[in-house]
Design a binder for this molecule. Sequence first.
Ligand code: DX5
Ligand code: ZN
Length: 218
Amino acid sequence: MSKLIAPSILAADFANLQRDIEMVNNSEADWFHIDIMDGVFVPNISFGMPVLKAIAQHAKKTIDVHLMIVDPDRYIKTFAQLGSDILTVHYEACTHLHRSLQAIKAEGMKAGVALNPHTNVSLLEDVIQDIDLVCLMSVNPGFGGQSFIENTYSKIAQLKALIAKKGAATQIEIDGGVTNKNATQLVAAGADVLVAGSYVFNSANPLATIAQLKAQIA
Ligand code: DX5
Ligand code: ZN
């Protein structure tokens, strides 16, 4: 299966959001990665429902929503109504993860689970077959523009082995500090989807940067 690029809109220019969304529409990127932060689960607040609604009105590709919020069950239906195709909750924020995953799927979305850098992949052993996407955080969630944590490579290998052992069809997404310096190695290790925020949007030519990343992992 071809490897995917998901630009993180957190790094877009919010004063020119429609322009940046159209850039992603016209690019070789595959998904829109949307970071929702509540200032409680993570020490930052990004944006919420009205902004996602505006994004969804223009986005022509898969909308991959990454919830960095406590008790995400409260908003599963809302995010489905707003146009999320994939809804990812944090392992650390869900007391009843299995139930949350079923609730996401019942709303017609793909279900994702994100793991903080300190959270061991083995904790997903009993639920991996119910997960469409595991998002391995390669930075501590809350902010764009942080440095990639090198331990992520061994987590990818562990997760890939778990997926194979259980015969699951789970995709592996890497989120945080992705650049042209680590993209090739991440995909070689087993990543399926690379999220890239500041590397794309802070570059001189985001369209070309996406094309280069995509060519690099093809
Ligand atoms: C971090 C977010 C990431 C972030 C990635 O909490 O989940 O998606 O936007 O940004 P970069 O690519 O700049 O590390
Ligand atoms: Zn994210």
